[in-house]
Design a protein around this ligand. Structure first.
Ligand code: ADP
Ligand code: MG
Length: 276
């Protein structure tokens, strides 16, 4: 049997010989995400909830950043603003030079489809669809040709070790397998920015580590920017290049870890074998 090539399917990110730089995702000084005094306040009857309360951060393309903070500190709210799923009450979110507030509805939909990939704690796979259909779905919206869709979805699932699970429905899989499938789906339209909201929150620590290794390998070998929410300081320290700490909707700490995220010339091997 041919040895697995965990990141092989990502070859379609570039044409042969084309440097990743030409996609604008690995230039070291390019800003991937910039927020300028961004706020998201919710009016709940009489009470005003300051979920995000004046946060300014810059994330360079190719960084792996962990967003930490207690439950309710505003991590998901901030991530949703960067994802274009929600709009700020005030302030700006700029992703790869585009102010998200300036996008029309249609442009915002395109932004969510092409520029960002998202992974959630609860996987969010569609229960009635097979894994192959789930991973194909974003390409349907992106109007990728049917035959290409099937080939790319199949390849991406194979490369996250799910070759033997293509026609399974999410319920028939373990949590780790579901999260691997949701990663395959998040990456299928070649986003520049991967946003992950507690991606290991529902997984045991071994399975969580597998998912972290996968995120890490995408960051390292492709220079894909990763912004990940986590409760787990140890995971953040191990994998992220920088940790942002939130409290009560505010940025209270911005600490580099002692290792660098970012591009390496050596693709990183995923830690699991193929699922037969
Ligand atoms: P975290 O992800 O850090 O746990 P969230 O961003 O989900 O925190 O929530 C931050 C605060 O905003 C919490 O107090 C939460 O109750 C509140 N909040 C989040 N979403 C909404 C919403 N849609 N409507 C009202 N309040 C919300
Ligand atoms: Mg949250």
């Amino acid at each position: 049997m041919a040895s697995p090539q965990p990141l092989g399917y990502l070859r379609h990110f570039t044409s042969p010989g084309e440097p990743f730089d030409s996609m604008g995702i690995s230039a070291p000084n390019l800003l991937a995400v910039s927020t300028e005094n961004v706020c998201r306040h919710y009016q709940m009857g009489e009470a005003l909830v300051r979920a995000v309360d004046g946060i300014s951060i810059d994330i360079r393309a190719g960084e792996f950043v962990a967003l930490l903070g207690a439950s309710g500190s505003g991590k998901s709210s901030l991530l949703n603003l960067v994802a274009g799923l929600d709009r700020p009450t005030s302030g700006a979110v700029i992703v790869h030079g585009t102010d998200l507030a300036a996008l029309s509805r249609e442009q915002a939909a395109k932004y969510r489809l092409h520029t960002v990939g998202m992974v959630f704690q609860s996987f969010n796979l569609i229960p009635s669809m097979s894994l192959l259909e789930n991973v194909e779905l974003p390409m349907r919206f992106a109007e990728v040709d049917r035959r290409d869709r099937s080939t790319l979805a199949r390849e991406s699932l194979e490369r996250v070790g799910l070759r033997g699970r293509l026609s399974h429905r999410p319920m028939e899989l373990s949590g780790g397998e579901q999260q691997r499938a949701s990663l395959a789906r998040a990456l299928i339209n070649r986003p520049k920015l991967l946003l992950a909201d507690e991606p290991t929150g529902n997984l045991d620590s071994r399975t969580g580590t597998e998912i972290m290794e996968l995120l890490h390998s995408f960051n390292q070998s492709l220079g894909m920017t990763v912004l990940m929410v986590t409760h787990e300081q140890a995971l953040a320290e191990k994998y992220a290049g920088r940790m942002l700490h939130l409290a009560d909707g505010k940025l209270v700490d911005d600490v580099p870890t002692d290792h660098v995220s970012n591009i390496s010339s050596e693709p990183v091997r995923a830690p699991w074998g193929e699922t037969q």
